[in-house]
Design a protein around this ligand. Structure first.
Ligand code: GLY
Length: 449
């Protein structure tokens, strides 16, 4: 099944269960100051859960564009190093606004995964919330019972976990609730954890068991003080990471080997003259392909790189991608050219990137050009300083050097941290912050004279 067919089959299945299909909301949230980027399918429905907006349909489904690079959900560090984290991803979701609840959500997820998409039942696991005393939320026995009643999952494949894994919240505040996740065991050959003490298991920290779908039972609102308040009605909010599903259904080891990414990787290869391979160059291919998607969709939806807030997140992503371009020996702007293959892959599902293609390319190119002017010199300086540190058998890259890289060469702190980490070093963040503060004081004094 092609990725476009899989996306459509999800929507068709839910339509058959009485859901109204809605378009993805923009990746730049509208009227929600608690979020820099849309990080889950439920964001656009937050006010409905809170009872602050009228509903027009009790059941809806969509494929939502999401970005997770800041706040509560932040996957940036993992991206490129493994094969299944992304800054930008699509989330398939279905919602019930005070209509169906755990029974149907569980039964339909199982039906779609095992009857329609034919995933092997014996490889699937369901998790439920074990409860939390501090929040005064009981163990979710109701979900466990529905798994037993509605499906033929192996009873010993129903597992309970705590708040970190099975209580879902979009941010520090807002609608939230216990969740029930479906994981698949892809087999021991997928384990990528080389810690000798590691044991492969659900939520065990390797790529063998991966989460496919999260069924959230929205029952509470968390307020600014951290207290939970029961909502007047119970809702369903589900999220299935599309790229992972495509990989599993297309029987690919990596999300990047699916048809969502291969045209982009091929174009990177064409432009750089390098094959997509293992090792550091492979990481660079994946980072660039991933970051291209985040940048393009964010820019299409109205964000632009800048020095603050959302704009700075985009700038960090772009600069990270540009630096990985140097790993592939690309010294001229080239990321903007990849829009060509991105539009081929995603343009039908998301026409906004077709309509705004020229604009997105212009914005990315301008950013690549401006950072390109200082990037090579910054890398040289970083290499010298890092060599000095390593030679003196230290493990900490000095904060004042990280500040110079930031201030003079435009290196976001997390880029310097990433480069330091590749050499087994950490950055003295406190020292960096002290220099930032000194500079802030210098500039406020300069403004006051
Ligand atoms: N809101 C469900 C999820 O993001 O997993």
């Amino acid at each position: 099944m092609k990725s476009s067919e899989l996306r459509q089959s999800f929507l068709d299945f839910l339509k058959g269960k009485g859901h109204h299909i809605v378009p993805s909301a923009p990746v730049v949230p509208q009227d929600d100051p608690t979020l820099l980027f849309t990080n889950a399918g439920m964001n656009q429905f937050k006010d409905i859960f809170l009872g602050a907006r009228q509903i027009t349909h009790l059941r809806v489904a969509d494929s939502q564009k999401c970005i997770r690079v800041s706040g509560k959900h932040n996957d940036l560090e993992e991206v490129g190093r493994d094969t299944y984290h992304h800054t930008f991803f699509e989330m398939l979701g279905n919602w019930s606004f005070g209509d169906y609840f755990k029974k149907e959500a569980i039964a339909w997820a199982w039906e779609l995964l095992t009857e329609v998409w034919k995933l092997p039942k014996e490889k699937l696991y369901a998790t439920i919330f074990e409860g939390d005393q501090a929040d005064n939320v009981p163990r979710d026995d109701e979900a466990a019972d529905e798994w037993k009643r509605q499906t033929d999952i192996q009873p010993d494949h129903i597992l309970a976990f705590g708040k970190k894994d099975n209580f879902w919240e979009m941010g520090e505040t807002g609608p939230c609730g216990p969740c029930s996740e479906i994981h698949i065991d892809r087999g021991p050959e997928f384990c990528d954890n080389d810690d000798p003490a590691h044991v492969c298991q659900v939520n065990g920290g390797c790529a063998r068991y991966i989460e496919l779908w999260n069924l959230v039972f929205i029952q509470y609102n968390r307020d600014e003080t951290g207290a939970l308040h029961p909502l007047p009605a119970s809702h369903v909010d589900t999220g299935a990471g599309f790229e992972r599903l495509v990989a599993v259904i297309q029987k690919k080891a990596s999300n990047y080997d699916t048809d969502l990414f291969t045209p982009i990787l091929t174009q990177i290869s064409d432009l750089t003259g390098k094959p997509y391979s293992d090792g550091e160059e492979g990481v660079a291919f994946r980072v660039i392909a991933d970051h291209l998607r985040a940048l393009s969709f964010a820019i299409a939806d109205g964000a632009i790189p800048g020095n603050e807030g959302r704009g700075y997140v985009l700038r960090r992503i772009l600069r990270r991608a540009a630096r990985f371009g140097r790993v592939l020996e690309m010294h001229e702007p080239f990321i903007y050219k990849l829009l060509h293959s991105l539009v081929q892959v995603m343009g039908d599902a998301y026409p906004e990137i077709v309509q705004r293609k020229e604009y997105i390319a212009r914005v990315i190119r301008a950013e690549e050009e401006s950072f390109g002017r200082t990037l090579d010199r910054g890398i040289e300086i970083f290499e010298q300083k890092a060599a000095d540190v390593l030679q003196s058998s230290e493990t900490v890259f000095p904060g004042d050097d990280a500040f110079v890289l930031h201030d003079t060469f435009g290196f976001p702190l997390d880029l310097t941290q990433l480069m330091a980490e590749e050499k087994g070093l950490t950055v003295d963040v406190a020292g960096f912050n002290t220099e930032m503060e000194k500079q802030r004081q210098r500039s406020s004094r300069a403004h006051s004279v």
